[in-house]
Design a protein around this ligand. Structure first.
Ligand code: SF4
Ligand code: SF4
Length: 439
């Protein structure tokens, strides 16, 4: 695509990066067919190609974003399906991240939108605040049907609908060591996942220990910054990135680390991008790049080091594998989770339209509840058509979004792998009449 950025604009690293991304787009439109919002809405401006035109015009001409442009950019899920499809290597992720930061600094949103965005940025990335909000949720839940009827209150209704009915204690952050360990990894503590489904991390730690790895949690580390990054809060996202880079650098310098393990793929995509996000910061660029290179999704790491020995006495369950967009499109980890589950003895099935987002997408299902709801229903119907015993995914957002729409149990990949190699029955399966054993 031909561009016409003024030389002084190109002196800004973010503009320079976006200009070179836009130039790669050859307008072929292949990406439109795999874009969830285009598939649903059929509007070119809700397709990757249409959004690239909008972002080009906004950035190149330093325009104040109009409500119309913001609407179409806001509707983008950042699912990155377009990047998987694009034959020209357009890095849509870096372009839309820049556009969102530009909108945040150049556009005054209506008061209601500002309120929700500020609320989400204040609560979600902080484990303590998020837990407190989850404790209060049952008090407001009876009002959910009323809130859902008022457009301005629908994001509140979406938040309440996502809150679990019972809260388990947060998982331990004490380092877990094994005799004669073959290596040492740090695990992301995260923000939403341990508050919502602490059993995910517990299973991952047991599995890594059983495979011979010490697991540590870096002091001072917290939310990866993805939630605020996707809302365009660049300063807050970079603060989170620097804080985590510092925490993991202390660990790397004190004792070598084989990997930084991530059990929420949405966070993994962002941590793997820290090197790019902090590329212009001379104090952090090299350290951030080192952290990004060490970051591994738990399934990616286990696929490399191998599973512990299977105990072979688990039921032969049929598993529907839901590929989180952040894992399949953001990190290109596609076969590893399915391969591991098959190795552990589960019959793995993949739903049709596996490339399409479930609508979770960070805070998308709260800020865009209508589109997210349609995508969630469509995804869940495709999964249920497989008639599985259990749904498996590697991202807490997807687990909540799909779990809200089905009676089937939804677990993390590591819970099944842990179970198959000597761990306990996953909590979500504990009530099922489990018959038969793996061969
Ligand atoms: S990131 Fe997803 S929703 Fe956004 S333009 Fe690309 S395919 Fe469409
Ligand atoms: S597939 Fe790639 S090159 Fe083609 S229109 Fe989409 S972003 Fe542009």
């Amino acid at each position: 695509m031909q561009t016409n950025f003024a030389p002084d604009l190109l002196a800004q690293p973010a503009m320079q990066s976006s200009e070179s991304i836009i130039r790669k787009c050859v307008h072929c439109g292949f990406c439109t067919a795999t874009c969830p919002t285009y598939v649903l809405l059929g509007d070119e401006l809700d397709s990757p190609r249409g959004r690239i035109y909008l972002m080009k015009d906004m950035l190149e001409n330093e325009r104040v974003p109009t409500p119309e442009v913001v609407k179409h950019i806001d509707r983008c899920l950042s699912c990155l399906s377009c990047m998987t499809t694009c034959p020209s290597g357009v890095n849509y992720m870096h372009l839309v991240d820049h556009a969102r930061a530009y909108i945040h600094s150049h556009y005054q949103r209506p008061l209601v939108e500002r309120f929700y965005r500020a609320l989400l940025a204040f609560v979600l990335p902080h484990r303590g605040r998020f837990r407190a909000a989850l404790r209060l949720a049952p008090l407001a839940r009876p009002f959910l049907p009323v809130l859902d009827k008022v457009a301005a209150l629908r994001p509140l209704a979406a938040m309440l609908a996502l809150a679990p009915t019972g809260l388990r204690p947060m998982p331990s952050t004490v380092s877990s060591t094994v005799r004669g360990a073959k290596g040492r990894v740090a695990m992301l503590q995260g923000c939403a996942e341990p508050a919502l489904r602490p059993e995910f991390r517990e299973a991952a730690v047991r599995l890594l220990n059983r495979r011979g790895f010490d697991v540590t949690f870096a002091a001072g580390e917290g939310c990866c910054g993805a939630l605020v990054h996707h809302m365009g809060h660049e300063t807050a996202a970079l603060e989170a990135a620097r804080r985590n880079v510092d925490a993991w650098t202390r660990e790397i310098d004190a004792h070598a680390l084989d990997a930084i393990i991530v059990t929420t793929s949405g966070c993994g995509t962002t941590i793997k991008d820290y090197g790019f996000m902090l590329r212009e910061d001379p104090d952090y660029a090299a350290k951030a790049q080192r952290v990004s290179e060490l970051a591994k999704d738990i399934s990616e790491f286990l696929d490399g080091v191998g599973l512990p020995q299977s105990t072979g006495d688990r039921p032969a369950l049929t598993v529907a594998y839901h590929a989180a967009c952040s894992l399949q499109h953001g990190q290109h980890v596609t076969d590893a989770p399915k391969r591991l589950l098959a190795q552990a003895g589960f019959a793995v099935r993949t739903p049709t339209e596996a490339h399409l987002c479930c609508g979770s997408a960070g805070t998308y299902n709260i800020l865009q509840p209508e589109i997210a709801g349609q995508l969630g229903d469509r995804k869940t119907a495709n999964i249920e058509r497989l008639r599985p015993d259990v749904i498996v995914t590697g991202n807490i957002g997807c687990a909540m979004q799909i779990g809200q729409r089905t009676a089937l149990p939804v677990v993390h990949t590591v819970e099944l792998l842990d179970w198959a190699t000597g761990g306990p029955v996953p909590a979500a399966l504990a009530h099922l009449p489990l018959k038969g054993t793996l061969s």
